[in-house]
Design a binder for this molecule. Structure first.
Ligand code: SF4
Length: 435
């Protein structure tokens, strides 16, 4: 009797680190069905596409992945998951090539939902294990993400996230600490704490209760052997003095890297965005981090082209990166998101002007990043390899988020590599391994 061919499964993820984490969680949950996991982009029998809808671009990328999956294997089955589905479930279900749609709140229910929806791929008689699996592996990654919370209680006028992910929900800290210990035991030396609005973390049920995000970081430092933790994006107003102090006192185990979603350098636009701070407050927080944690890398998100953005407003955004307190920017082009307050705001900034302004800001960011990279020459950095690249093209990431070229022989491993930086390029540095 010919053995039944092992079915293959591929996971594709659009968007944030929280989505990346949830994709790995779905993969762990579906592992019990014996699929062979192939890399994203390879032909598969089953595709799980974890979508994003934060920008117009993200919607396009999510739809493109469905078309590509069906092109790569017309017989395949496609499961569309997440934020894009939440914006219009019916429309997502009608999309050509989509077999099953899964909302954000159902992401941990795939083992229960899929067998009945896709009987050709799942043996519905198989007894399910509902055991909640903490993650111990991240596919093709040497640094792991960990979800600490979901949702958000803020109401920024341009943002769909609260609509598609709901209000803030924090994971029990015991679960977080258990999962970090598992990952650390499996050789991960870095874990990135992620969520939608991590700075508002709290866990009243913990023993003793955890009042705030600083409390969680402190608990992780005390309760795990994890080598280093990185904070993913953290709202400026949640970068408290206590947090700055904890990061300074433990800069050997808390990465010297802070990414603050500023969104605009103009107080007038910040008000229209319903962001709860001013540019002065942001710069004061950046200065506090810079002073307390030498050689930290500080980054910020800025949206270009918010409705009504004038030349003066844009100049205010440029002055943030010119201040020298920020080392790089992630520049996003504004796009109307249906159902948000900003979608009804006028006047709209023309697509050409948005493009021009994005280029100007990206060029300023590249200059600032090159300055920050030059600052690393002579420093010894603790680097973790990203997955193996082409010969001579292997890189790793330092705790202060510097891209470091590493010898091929050291690539692909999870341990810490010490590199003494000798030269800097615009977007990476090189150096000698310190043994
Ligand atoms: S903080 Fe604002 S931009 Fe961020 S997820 Fe919440 S509502 Fe959206």
């Amino acid at each position: 009797m010919t053995p039944k061919a092992t079915k293959t499964i591929a996971f594709q993820t659009v968007g944030c680190r929280l989505n990346q984490y949830e994709t790995e969680k779905m993969a762990a949950d579906l592992a019990q069905f014996g699929f062979e996991r192939v890399n994203a982009g390879q032909p598969a029998d089953l595709y799980i596409i974890n979508t994003c809808t934060v920008t117009h671009r993200a919607d396009k990328d999510s739809r493109y992945l469905v078309r590509r999956a069906k092109r790569d294997n017309p017989q395949s089955r496609v499961v569309l998951v997440g934020c894009y589905v939440e914006t219009d479930r019916e429309e997502a279900a009608r999309m050509n090539g989509v077999d099953v749609v899964i909302g954000n709140h159902e992401k941990d229910q795939l083992p229960r939902i899929l067998p009945s929806k896709l009987p050709a791929l799942f043996d519905s008689s198989q007894k399910l294990s509902h055991e909640d699996r903490s993650l111990a592996e991240f596919h093709r990654r040497n640094r792991a993400w960990i979800k600490i919370s979901d949702g958000c209680n803020q109401v920024c006028s341009f943002c769909l996230v609260t609509i598609v992910r709901g209000n803030l929900r924090c994971r029990p800290s015991d679960e977080i600490i258990y999962e970090i210990s598992e990952l650390s035991d499996h050789g991960y030396n870095e874990v990135v704490l992620t969520g939608v609005n991590i700075g508002y973390f709290r866990d009243k049920s913990a023993e003793p209760p955890i009042k705030n995000f600083t409390g969680l970081c402190d608990r992780i430092l005390k309760s795990t052997a994890l080598y280093r933790m990185r904070l993913s994006s953290i709202e400026p107003q949640t970068v408290t003095d206590d947090l700055v102090r904890l990061c300074a006192d433990h800069s050997d185990r808390i990465c010297r890297h802070f990414h603050l979603p500023l969104q605009s350098g103009s107080n007038r636009i910040l008000k229209l965005m319903k962001r709860p701070y001013t540019r002065e407050f942001f710069l004061e927080r950046a200065a506090a981090l810079r002073k307390a944690i030498p050689n930290a890398l500080i980054g910020a998100d800025i949206i270009v082209g918010f409705p009504g953005e004038t030349e003066e407003d844009f100049a205010d955004s440029c002055s943030i990166i010119e201040s020298g307190l920020v080392d790089y920017l992630h520049v996003f082009s504004y796009s109307d998101r249906p159902g948000t307050a900003a979608a009804d705001m006028t006047p709209k900034v023309s697509p050409q002007l948005i493009k021009d302004r994005s280029e100007i800001l990206s060029n300023l960011s590249e200059k600032a990043r090159a300055t920050a990279f030059r600052r690393q020459v002579g420093q010894t950095l603790e680097v973790i390899s990203e997955h193996k690249g082409l010969p001579g093209e292997c890189y790793g990431i330092s705790d202060n988020y510097i891209k470091v070229k590493i010898p091929d022989r050291m690539a692909g491993q999870r341990h810490i590599i010490m590199i003494k930086v000798t030269t800097s390029q615009p977007d990476f540095v090189t150096g000698e391994p310190v043994v």
